[in-house]
Design a protein. Structure first.
Length: 98
């Protein structure tokens, strides 16, 4: 029996996002959002990167680098990182066309 996703509100850089999430993954989603928020705040505080999109990309790159440095990356993690990389490439391609 599949549980229906519920909407969870997370806050990243003082902006609220509603994310569909299965009930059993809500706590992990909230922890992930807090971690991302923390990393983005560190980058913003550094003062060398401006704009929420660029801060998000730098945070994603830093976190991806940290994951890739670990020797024990699971297949699921590898697949997830490839999907994120593709989405980032698409998003950056769209923003550079504007």
């Amino acid at each position: 029996m599949s549980k229906q996703p519920t909407t969870v509100e997370v806050k990243i850089l003082d902006k609220e996002y509603l994310v569909a999430c299965p009930p059993e993954a809500q706590e992990a989603l909230i922890r992930a959002a807090r971690h991302l928020d923390s990393k983005m705040r560190e980058i913003r505080t550094g003062g060398k990167v401006f704009g929420t999109e660029r801060i998000a990309v730098m945070a994603a790159l830093n976190m991806t680098h940290d994951l890739l440095e670990r020797d024990t990356m699971s297949e699921a993690t590898s697949t997830l990182l490839k999907a994120m990389d593709s989405k980032l490439e698409n998003a950056l391609g769209e923003s550079s066309n504007h």
